[in-house]
Design a protein around this ligand. Structure first.
Ligand SMILES: Cc1cc2nc3c(=O)[nH]c(=O)nc-3n(C[C@H](O)[C@H](O)[C@H](O)COP(=O)(O)O)c2cc1C
Length: 338
């Protein structure tokens, strides 16, 4: 997006420039593709708000996944603004309060976009959740270090595992969390309401992005995004035996740390995309308090003891992906016409 020299504040942007920025933000991932955000536009900032209509009360009664998704949208918005030649100023002061606002983002000073930010901005539209089996290939150590650095830059930690003992233990915890969800009627109903959508639907997860049914012998359990209509796995194929599993964690359960976690998650995902990796989410283990506590006890320590996402990363391709609502339905434009 190119912006003329006269643009100094959000109020100076044209409607189409604004829509491009919001489109970049809404390319962020969200649980079940609920897209739980709104963007209030004033003359001086874009305020990212949680949309209370898009909550998941059974699976996420605390609303932390909404804050995470809005944090991911915030990170995309920051990168889109940097790519447009600004050094955005972010006010996170509202994130800790009970209202809907998560952050206010002002244009900031004019700034030449550094290569690292351009690389991440370029990855925004290329990133999609890939639930297909990955190829059997390990992620090199230098790429793993870049993913960890991406999390650290946003105030989070990323512990990575591809050894079979850790994968087996994490797999067992995911299995316990998955069993909890499928046995809970309200959670199962909520999942069905948002999944098994057609490829053209602009919210929820389409069956085409669901991934094949995992065999009972697989290492990991996956949510069924196809409403029970899933493709069966070809006999010749199975899920990869050694995915790279990343546990993203933050210092506390404060609301503002969920927003930081979302930014860090998105930075990791975009860095992964830039390095040719794909990812899917294994968030059930974090959603169920008992398995989250066990995960923290076994795998986390120090200053970042609260797990906020578990990612499966590797090399593969998407069979299809989830669309987004039209940006006009998420923009609340309060700018005064000139
Ligand atoms: C907090 C959170 C939890 C998620 N949980 C899962 C999950 O348990 N399983 C899964 O396959 N995808 C999960 N996702 C991925 C979303 O389903 C995905 O982001 C959404 O459908 C949009 O698709 P996209 O990522 O391809 O843009 C999660 C995403 C977020 C942000």
């Amino acid at each position: 997006m190119s912006v003329s020299h006269e643009v100094r504040r959000i109020g100076d942007l044209s409607r189409s420039q604004l829509e491009n920025l919001v489109a970049a933000a809404t390319a962020a991932p969200s649980m079940h593709n609920t897209q739980p955000w709104r963007f209030r536009i004033t003359g001086s900032f874009i305020e990212i708000q949680i949309d209370p209509q898009r909550a998941l009360p059974a699976e996420d009664p605390q609303g932390w996944t909404q804050r995470l998704a809005c944090g991911a949208a915030l990170f995309n918005l920051r990168m889109a603004l940097m790519s447009a030649g600004f050094a955005p100023k972010v006010n996170m002061g509202l994130a800790g309060q009970s209202g809907a606002a998560v952050a206010q983002v002002a244009l900031g000073d004019k700034h030449i976009c550094p290569p690292w930010a351009q690389e991440l901005a370029d990855a925004i539209t290329k990133r999609h959740t890939v639930r297909e089996p990955f190829v059997e290939a390990l992620v090199p150590a230098d790429v793993q270090a870049k993913l960890q650095n991406a999390a650290h830059e946003e105030g989070a930690d990323l512990r990575l595992f591809d050894d079979s003992a850790s994968l087996t233990e994490i797999g067992r915890l995911i299995h316990a969390a998955h069993f909890w969800h499928v046995s809970d009627d309200a959670s199962a109903q909520e999942l069905r309401a948002w999944t098994g959508k057609s490829a053209d639907d602009r919210e929820g997860v389409p069956s085409v992005a669901a991934g094949p049914d995992a065999r009972p012998s697989e290492l990991l359990d996956f949510r069924d995004f196809s409403r029970g209509e899933g493709r069966s796995m070809p006999l010749s194929k199975g899920y990869e035996s050694r995915p790279l599993i990343g546990i993203l964690s933050v210092p506390s359960t404060r609301n503002v740390d969920d927003v930081y976690a979302g930014q860090a998650m998105q930075r990791v995902l975009l860095a992964a995309t830039a390095h040719g990796l794909v990812a899917s989410f294994l968030s059930e283990i974090v959603e169920v308090p008992e398995t989250a506590a066990r995960l923290a006890e076994r795998f986390l320590s120090g200053h970042h003891p609260v797990p906020r996402m578990v990612l499966r990363m590797g090399y593969g391709t998407a069979a299809g992906h989830a669309k987004r609502r039209d940006v006009s339905s998420v923009i609340i434009d309060e700018r005064v016409a000139p």
